[in-house]
Design a protein around this ligand. Structure first.
Ligand code: LLP
Length: 431
């Protein structure tokens, strides 16, 4: 369920026609629906009703301050992966004791900052990282709350780039090795072993891999408790998929029941790290058709169209990077007829496309298109490739909309650059 609907032939976000937003901010622009974000959070949180749990929104999916604030206002914590995300989470009101810090490459300054702020726990991905956290905590005379991210070796059956729970992935520690690392950590004065963590991948559309992973984690927790290591928190990561096209992902309740079932009877708090499931379908990327191009179809029959739009792979990398499907819908009335088309951006790469070989109306320059399901891993993965300023972001609530991040200016793109002094001095000089 989301609040991007066509009314009187015009697509709206809640009560606001998208055309109005495009006119006010220009394109490309990301548009988020506050009502959809809130609804998704509530449905997810309520699915775990009756189970002691903390929802830690996975900020990498969309770290815009107003998006994060929407969730923290509803009681969410944050799953962070960098010192940058820590700062953003705190700025958006996440309580430190609801922040979990994941990721394979934490640097000493990042560990120090998180320790000083008093986060809930570090999800640790290697023995060397445990040692690094121990050393920073000793220096600061603190005890660092840690959980080990275990690799349960289950197949998430998703795109290989976003599958993380297999032995061949860089993430987590093998369960047998983890037992040894837990024993080591339990003996360190500056480490406080609080939990077990796992995350097996993203955009999962079945519950069975979650169940397999949860059962393996449960067995580990039982073993650790039997060894006198009092595990209080079980973090089962994120990964619940959404509908982009024709997927049928499990409802959060089905997911919650399956996961909670594996830990029944244990005196633990569950930590959940949903990203995509909360924001994916709560955002779109609004773009305008600049030009159209027709070439004879490679198959020899008919013509193939290119719709060249003003959004590109630097704005939304998912189609180019993973071959992901995003529905592309007209914002206003559309010309009659159907053509086979690629929707492409201005970036100078053949891999710069938002859609390929799709049947769609014969759009014309000036038409506005909505690239759907772009709320997760859209803006947060955007770049300045081709020296393109990053898009503006807008949030809608009811009949109001506000810019929640200004479009970058071309000047912004140069601000941190310096011309090397030897180039300036050498200008025109003979050598
Ligand atoms: N927790 C951890 C440790 C993670 O690595 C991730 C995502 C999440 C939680 C949130 O997963 P979610 O609920 O959003 O599936 N750029 C890719 C997705 C990368 C996911 C990385 N980790 C994409 O656009 O599909």
């Amino acid at each position: 369920m989301h609040h991007f609907q066509v009314r009187n032939g015009e697509m709206h976000c809640e009560g606001v026609p998208l055309r109005r937003i495009a006119r006010a901010t220009g394109t490309p622009v990301y548009v988020y629906s506050h009502a959809t974000l809130s609804r998704h959070y509530r449905v997810f949180d309520e699915a775990f009703e009756g189970v002691r749990h903390i929802v830690c929104y996975s900020m990498k999916a969309n770290s815009n301050g107003s998006v994060v604030r929407t969730f923290t206002d509803l009681g969410s914590g944050a799953d962070i992966v960098s010192g940058g995300e820590l700062a953003r989470a705190l700025a958006a009101g996440a309580p430190p004791d609801k922040i979990v810090y994941s990721g394979v490459g934490k640097k000493p300054w990042e560990i120090e900052e998180a320790l000083r702020r008093g986060i809930l726990m570090f999800n640790v991905e290697s023995r060397e990282e445990l040692e690094a956290i121990d050393a920073v905590a000793a220096r600061l005379r603190k005890r660092a709350p840690v959980s080990i991210r275990v690799n349960p070796d289950v197949d998430a059956k998703t795109h290989p780039y976003i599958s993380t729970g297999l032995m061949k992935n860089k993430f987590g520690i093998r369960i047998e090795q983890a037992v040894k690392d837990y024993e080591w950590a339990a003996g360190r004065r500056h480490l406080d072993v609080v939990g077990v963590d796992c995350h097996i991948g993203s955009q999962l559309t079945e519950v069975s891999p979650f169940v397999d992973a949860a059962r393996r984690v449960r067995r580990l927790v039982d073993r650790l408790i039997a060894k006198g290591i009092p595990i209080r928190i079980v973090d089962i990561g994120g990964g619940l998929g959404i509908r982009y096209h024709d997927e049928l992902p499990p409802h959060p309740r089905e997911y919650a029941d399956a996961v909670a079932d594996a830990f029944r009877g244990l005196p633990v708090t569950l930590v959940l790290e949903p990203g995509r499931a909360l924001v994916g379908n709560a955002g779109i990327l609004l773009t305008e058709v600049l030009y159209t191009k027709r070439i004879p179809s490679p198959g020899g029959r008919g013509k193939k169209c290119f719709f060249i739009v003003d959004a590109a792979m630097n704005d939304l990398a998912r189609p180019s990077l993973y071959g992901s499907y995003h529905a592309i819908l007209p914002v206003g009335k559309t010309p009659r007829g159907r053509v086979t088309a690629d929707v492409v951006g201005p970036v100078c790469e053949s891999g710069d496309f938002l859609a390929r070989e799709r049947i769609m109306p014969p759009y014309r320059p000036g038409d506005l298109l909505a690239v759907m399901s772009a709320g997760a891993y859209g803006f947060s993965m955007s770049s300045n490739y081709n020296t393109r300023p990053r898009a503006a972001e807008v949030m809608v609530s009811g009949s109001r909309f506000e810019v929640v991040r200004e479009r970058e200016t071309v000047r912004d793109l140069f601000r941190a650059e310096r011309t090397a002094s030897f180039l300036v001095r050498g200008r025109g000089a003979k050598r």
